[in-house]
Ligand binder design. Structure first.
Ligand code: 0WD
Ligand code: CA
Length: 390
């Protein structure tokens, strides 16, 4: 099959042409949410939502090594969930969608979108114009009028994952331990004086279990592409009860403290692009970063406004990344995915992939009973039964 040329997104000249191109990204609207518990069990509720900790309760000494050996339950990365949990959410909320056939009611959420996928997939795809290392592979499957996209782990990523060093594992733990220091499972209740101030969390009793997740389901539009995606959300502001999600959501990150100006420039030149893309796609306005030393102890906490990051990136000497380049590319990618199905028919499975060093996205087509067909049978049959697809 054909390919998507990305040379123009990677060259200096091509990028400068991209700057003035207009692109419309509609602010994401939360249309639902779900939770995954410590055993990775799905519930159609907000039970796993965490709240941003009041700064007066914050632990003075945030040692991110705390609990690594004793109180850490790590999710099994060998289990490939693909879009299963998001599919469960759709099944639990089908009654809110407009049924294409014999349905005269106007429903809360409207019709099925053009695309359904994880937010993280879009982050990966849109950052490709600036990516020099990690390749990716995405499978696309069409059902009804919707295209579903699900990542396939590349051989390189698998090798990397299986050969993670103890130090890499620990550093990954540092990130999730910081999320625990900064959040709590309950929130203040302004109508109840007893709960207007909460007791500090006993940090010695905190367990980090990466099976637990709160996921927001959002609807947005990128130019002509109508998208529903889901994003794992770290926490919600306690004082943000007068704001609607995602305006009160906060993304938590860690990074090494700068010891020279050059390091701060490089942070804005390279690292913030993925942070921005991830939070921007979900409409999360605040990214709170814990800066740590080499031993994994937090030395400083800083809040970034998501929407400030692109400007900060263009201000570094020599320039950094440009937000518009990533969005124009994501828009073209979605257009090409639609085109691929128009050419080959709705039954095919399309595999899109980008490898380190390539200036194109490869497209492969699979017909029949491909191993890459990822939508669960229970999902497909329920949608057929409910007349959402034939
Ligand atoms: O099947 C797959 N290949 C994927 C599944 C790829 C991407 C995500 N997912 C699932 C994950 O199981 C998770 O439940 O989606 C959920 C997260 O979705 P997302 O919001 O689309 O993903 P992303 O933006 O990449 O990650 C958000 C957060 C991460 O925050 P940081 O601050 O590290 O960017 O989700 C967590 C993590 O906290 N997360 C994971 N935690 C443990 N193991 C993983 C993982 N493999 N991936 C994401
Ligand atoms: Ca995070």
């Amino acid at each position: 099959m054909t390919e998507i040329d990305i040379e123009k997104y990677r060259s200096k000249r091509g990028r400068s042409d991209m700057l003035g191109k207009s692109i419309v990204f509609t602010k994401p609207k939360e249309i639902g949410s779900f939770s995954l518990d410590g055993n990775r069990k799905f519930t159609n509720d907000r039970s796993q939502l965490s709240f941003f900790e009041d700064s007066s309760n914050l632990s003075k000494n945030m040692d991110l090594n705390d609990g690594y050996k004793q109180r850490f339950v790590k999710r099994d990365d060998n289990v490939k969930e693909r879009l299963d949990n998001l599919s469960r959410w759709f099944i639990s909320n089908l009654h809110k969608f407009h049924q294409p056939e014999n349905d005269t009611d106007v429903k809360a959420i409207g019709k099925f979108p053009d695309f359904i996928l994880w937010r993280g997939h879009m982050t990966k795809i849109m950052c490709t114009p600036y990516e020099n290392q990690d390749g990716w592979t995405m499978a696309a499957q069409k059902f009804g009028s919707t295209i579903y996209i699900s990542e396939i782990e590349t051989a390189e990523a698998r090798t990397q994952r299986l050969n993670q060093t103890e130090k890499q594992n620990l550093m990954m733990y540092w990130g999730v331990r910081f999320e625990k220091y900064m959040t709590r499972s309950d929130c203040v209740d302004r109508r109840n004086p007893k709960r207007s101030r909460l007791t500090p969390v006993d940090q010695n009793a905190v367990t980090v279990n990466t099976n637990e997740a709160f996921c927001s389901v959002m609807r947005t539009k990128l130019n002509t592409h109508d998208i529903i995606h889901s994003a794992e959300v770290d926490c919600c502001l306690q004082t943000g009860s007068d704001l609607d999600p995602p305006d009160n959501y906060v993304e938590l990150k860690t990074s090494r403290e700068f010891s020279a100006r050059k390091q701060e420039d490089n942070f804005h030149r390279y690292k913030t692009k993925k942070w921005w893309a991830q939070s921007f796609l979900a409409g999360v306005p605040q990214i709170t970063c814990g800066f740590r030393d080499d031993n994994g102890v937090i030395v400083r906490i800083h809040d970034y406004k998501t929407l400030d990051l692109p400007r900060m990136a263009t201000c570094v000497p020599g320039g950094g990344w440009d937000a518009n380049v990533t969005l124009v590319f994501l828009d073209e990618f979605f257009t090409e995915v639609k085109n691929a199905f128009k050419k080959s028919g709705d039954e095919s499975i399309m595999i899109f992939s980008w490898k380190q060093g390539d200036d194109k996205i490869g497209i492969e087509r699979f017909d029949g009973d491909s191993e890459h067909r990822f939508l669960p049978e229970w999902y497909v049959s329920t949608l057929r039964h409910m007349k959402f697809a034939s």
